[in-house]
Design a protein around this ligand. Structure first.
Ligand SMILES: Cc1ncc(C[n+]2csc(CCOP(=O)(O)OP(=O)(O)O)c2C)c(N)n1
Ligand SMILES: [Mg+2]
Length: 560
């Protein structure tokens, strides 16, 4: 056995189930060793796709994600997806060959690259530490929720190895629940603007909950495992329930569910959150998106954050009180000591949540016509047609609010939102990773034409894997976000507009089924596909109206 094989075997022994990658000479042996150890390997067509698939898979399965790449360009190709994962605190291990000879064409400073994007660099420097380094990479990824780059220098990889490949069981932790904390920014700059924060025990939070008249809970990534505990506590405190975008669906089915807080919030949710006198953020850092640049938090409202990572307390909207701990454990402990009260839960609020609690309840004027469908009409039509058991992945762009706001999801496992780096082009790979994590659900990728064409390398992967995916492209023949940003000011738009591209034909060329939608009646083609046999994925190429931008885009540009 050689060192590369020992590393692959050791990671398999740690409990890695699925790995993604693009195989070259520098990661050939380590990848084959993963497979020999029982790991499912998913070949992507671009390392960017592999990284995002692993990220999405980890988020939706709760297991560690693994990416295997060739040295140099294999790693640089993966970088955007790795940055997204690092910013999102996704437990991820990147296995990369490493050319340590500076004369090599493949040579770059891979450790510096990892550090620059918030990942943790490690290296196997001798055969004797192959297994312990692999176990350490696994531990840091899982326990510290970090993206770890494990560099495998080519000469060390090839060296003989003759020890045991099973790391001691004490060295291998099982995956813990997540947290919302922010990754330290490059250069060690603080992620927040300062301000006093004092860490208090749950007792202080119990007191605040016992006094609040209009409490709202906002649950984030670090609360995705804690629905039961949070619902129980919210019931006692009389709190309304909302989530950040990444936890969308967590409280689905509760009569007190306001859905997403922030740019995607309904007018009712925004109003009720703004009226709260106590906002408790559970595993949620309250960033500018979740709070609409802080405007959803009323001046004078008390803000509490419960998080595994105290770095979250002062990040973004700062907390008046920080409680360090696992969300489920803190909520459970508090529920036991809280006397039930009505709080925010009046009959009138219940009635309003029933009547106005979803974007679908908000009227709009259908602007379909002239061979183009209104994206809202398209999305509502799809929401009606697609089975409830779905998992939705959304790319970035002007269109992104339509699927995020108008398509319902069954629970927090029904929405995968890789938007911490705000990159376009990650949506299709996100849907693939999510689909593999949840084969029980219909995967839906919602993409703009720009993001679809950027990530199109993975179209063949969807077909090859036999995923019964619905890929919806909101095609406005433009980088709509830029068009609506700059158009109103009279700037030339030739750099951000494109001639029509026949995406349906491109999809068919890859072996997908495809329907082009230019008016609502064309959705009959989607219904037909859904009737079966669903033996190949479907692209819904929707030519959407694009006269004006979405209002959440205006909101987004405040963040630039
Ligand atoms: C990798 C990357 N490149 C460029 C951008 C800037 N950008 C943000 S939205 C956008 C347009 C996306 O176009 P499309 O996917 O068609 O969605 P639309 O805005 O038209 O709805 C661009 C270029 C980005 N966020 N990420
Ligand atoms: Mg577009």
């Amino acid at each position: 056995m050689i060192v590369a094989e020992a590393v692959g075997r050791a990671l398999a022994a740690c409990g890695v189930e699925t790995a993604f990658g693009v195989v070259g000479s520098g990661n050939f042996h380590v990848t084959n060793a993963l497979v020999a150890g029982g790991v499912r390997f998913v070949a992507a067509r671009h390392e960017g796709g592999a990284a995002t698939m692993a990220d999405a898979y980890a988020r939706m399965s709760g297991r560690v994600g693994v990416v295997s790449v060739h040295q140099g360009p294999g790693l640089t190709n993966a970088l955007t997806g790795l940055t997204e994962a690092a910013k999102s605190r996704t437990p991820l291990i990147v296995l990369a060959g490493e050319a340590t000879e500076v004369q090599s064409n493949f040579h770059i400073d891979q450790a510096a690259l990892a550090t620059a994007v918030g990942a943790v660099p490690m290296r196997v420097t001798s055969p004797g530490e192959a297994v312990s380094r692999a176990a350490e990479a696994y531990r840091v990824a899982v326990e510290e929720r970090r993206t770890v780059l494990l560099n495998l220098p080519l000469d060390v990889q090839a060296a003989p190895f003759d020890g045991p490949v099973e790391p001691g069981s004490a060295a291998v932790p099982s995956p813990p629940p997540g947290a919302a904390g922010t990754v330290p920014s490059p250069g060690g700059a603080p992620a927040s603007g300062g301000g006093p924060v004092w860490a208090g025990g749950p007792a202080e939070l119990a007191r605040l909950l016992g006094e609040a008249r209009r409490p709202v809970f906002i649950a984030g990534r670090g609360a995705r495992h804690a629905r039961r505990e949070l619902e129980e506590l919210a019931g006692r405190a009389g709190a309304l329930l909302a989530t950040s975008a990444v936890a969308k669906g967590l409280f689905r089915g509760s009569p007190w569910d306001l859905d997403v807080s922030g740019g995607f919030a309904t007018p009712l949710a925004a109003e009720l959150i703004r009226d709260a006198d106590l906002v408790v953020a559970w595993g949620c850092a309250l960033n500018m998106w979740t709070t609409r640049h802080g405007t959803l938090i009323r001046p004078g409202a008390k803000v509490v954050k419960v998080d595994l990572d105290p770095a979250a307390f002062n990040a973004h909207v700062p907390a008046d009180l920080g409680v360090e701990g696992d969300v489920a454990a803190v909520a459970e402990a508090l529920a036991a000591r809280l006397t039930p009260r009505q709080g925010y839960r009046s009959d009138e609020i219940a009635r309003r949540v029933r009547a106005e609690g979803r974007w679908r309840d908000v009227p709009y004027e259908d602007e379909s016509g002239g061979g183009r469908i209104d994206p809202r009409t398209l999305t509502i039509g799809l929401d009606d047609l697609l089975p409830r058991e779905r998992i939705i992945a959304v790319d970035s762009g002007n269109f992104m609010g339509y699927p995020s706001m108008l398509m319902d999801v069954p629970d927090e496992g029904g929405f995968c939102f890789t938007q911490a780096f705000q990159s376009i082009g990650l949506g299709l790979a996100t849907a693939i990773g999510a689909a593999l994590a949840r084969p029980d659900r219909l995967p839906v990728a919602a993409l703009g034409d720009g993001g679809a064409l950027m990530g199109i390398a993975e179209l063949e992967t969807v077909v090859r894997l036999g995923l019964p995916m619905v890929i919806v492209v909101y095609d406005d023949e433009a980088y709509g976000a830029e068009v609506h940003h700059f158009g109103p000011h009279g700037h030339p738009l030739g750099t951000v507009t494109f001639p029509p591209a026949d995406l349906a034909a491109i999809a068919r060329g890859h072996g997908l089924a495809a329907v082009t939608v230019t008016e609502p009646s064309d959705l009959a083609g989607v219904a037909e596909w859904l009737n079966g046999p669903r033996d190949r994925p479907l692209m819904v190429h929707a030519k959407v109206t694009g006269e004006h931008g979405s209002w959440w885009l205006e909101e987004a540009f405040k963040g630039h």
